[in-house]
Design a protein around this ligand. Structure first.
Ligand SMILES: [Zn+2]
Length: 125
């Protein structure tokens, strides 16, 4: 196979992972922080099983890294540069940063996680 095809395959694979709206939502909700699944549930209004499935794919493709602490697992972006890419595309589509707030806002409405409730020493999810 020629090199240019290998390179374009690799880039296409990256965009293929990003081509699922829920995955974009997860990446935006994680942002430059470390979050637990309950935060993603509150932001995306999805069941844990659905979120876990997409997190698995994002981990496989090295976009998200998981860290276990006690009974909680926290997720962060391996390379937060992917956020600039998503925000650039949003801007090209005429979407304002304020409209992206639905994913990035903290505290998220109804979320019990310690990120959204810094007064809680222990995670409540
Ligand atoms: Zn939260």
């Amino acid at each position: 196979m020629n090199i240019s095809l290998l390179v374009s395959d690799q880039i296409a694979e990256f965009f293929e992972v990003l081509s699922v709206p829920t995955r974009l939502g997860i990446l935006l909700a994680i942002g430059e922080r470390e979050v637990c699944v309950c935060h993603l549930k509150a932001v995306l209004h999805l069941r844990q099983a659905a979120i876990s499935q997409h997190l698995q794919r994002l981990k496989q493709s090295q976009m998200v890294v998981a860290r276990r602490q006690g009974r909680f697992v926290y997720y962060r972006l391996k390379d937060p540069q992917v956020l600039s890419l998503i925000f650039d595309v949003a801007r090209m589509q005429g979407i304002s940063p304020e409209q992206m707030d639905v994913f990035t806002r903290v505290p998220a409405e109804g979320c019990l996680c310690s990120l959204c409730n810094p007064q809680n020493e222990k995670n409540m999810c």
